[in-house]
Each structure stands twice: as C-alpha cells, then as structure tokens.
Design a protein around this ligand. Structure first.
Ligand code: HEC
Length: 129
C-alpha cells in the first residue's frame, strides 16, 4: 500500500513539474530572437564578404533577398509594439528593397547598399532593444 502511494505521489510531482517547465518555456517565445538571428546571419555573411573582399553578385543577391523576406517577419514577431517600432521595421524593409534592386556586383557597391540597412538595425536597437 505504501509503495503504491509513493508511486502515485511521484507521478503527481512529475506532472506538476512538467506543467511548470512547459509554462516557463512558453513564456519565452523564441520567434522574435529567431527573426533577429536569421537577419544577423545574413548581414554577417555580407559584412564578411566585404571584409574579405570577396563579393559575388549571386551570393550578395541571395543574402539580401533573405534579409528582405525575413524583415517582413519583424512586426508579426513583436506583437503589441508602438507605431515608432513599426516605422523602423518598414524603413528597414524599404531600404532592403533598394539594396536588392541595386544588385551589388562588387564590394564597393555591396558596402554602399548595406550602409543604410545597418543604420536602421542600429537605430531600432537604440530605441527598442
Ligand atoms: C524594428 C526594430 C528592429 C530592427 C529594424 C532590427 N532589430 Fe534586431 N532587435 C530588435 C529588438 C526589439 C531586439 C531584442 C529582442 C529580444 O531580446 O527579445 C533585437 C535583437 C537583435 C539581436 C539579438 C538577438 C538575440 O538572440 O538576443 C540581433 C543579433 C539583432 N537584433 C540583429 C538585427 C539586424 C542584423 C538587423 C538589421 C538587418 C536588426 N536586428 C534590425 C529590434 C529590431
């Protein structure tokens, strides 16, 4: 009898513990950081290309397109943000569209295309991060 009670008690504690752990995980929604990390990956790749002076049109275009499409996820990833935040996100989107259109084929063009993009990352981080 005592053994059965201990087993039941053990199960109950396990269930309560699992519920606590799941609540804690849910509170930390990974989406906002995931969006930022993906953008950091692609802008990092482009910055490294400039640093290493190896800028190929196809790779530039691929990374810029991925940045552009990921930037559309910023506002949905941060529900309840104010208009200023939305304006920053829209500005990033517009500047990335311009960078994609510029289709930089060498490092000088790539660096010029990235400058306004990087400024928007910084400006939003200064205000909202
Ligand atoms: C509209 C506002 C906004 C713009 C634009 C923006 N970010 Fe962020 N970023 C944030 C906020 C807010 C956080 C903090 C998120 C958090 O900690 O939950 C953040 C966090 C980050 C982080 C840290 C993520 C982590 O795992 O802790 C990185 C890296 C990052 N941003 C990269 C970028 C890059 C690169 C760009 C430009 C291509 C960019 N961000 C543009 C708002 C923005």
């Amino acid at each position: 009898m005592r053994a059965v009670l201990l087993i039941v008690l053990g199960l109950a504690i396990g269930i309560v513990g699992t519920v606590f752990a799941m609540n804690a995980l849910n509170q930390r929604n990974p989406f906002p950081r995931a969006v930022m990390d993906v953008m950091a990956h692609h802008s990092g790749a482009l910055r490294n290309a400039v640093k290493g002076q190896r800028c190929e049109a196809a790779a530039n275009s691929e990374h810029l397109q991925r940045l552009l499409s990921t930037s559309s996820d910023i506002v949905p990833a941060f529900p309840g943000v104010d208009q200023g935040f939305i304006d920053e996100a829209n500005q990033l989107h517009t500047r990335l569209q311009a960078a994609v259109h510029a289709a930089p084929a060498d490092c000088a063009a790539l660096a010029a295309a990235l400058k306004p993009v990087g400024e928007t990352c910084q400006s939003c981080h200064q205000k909202y991060r």
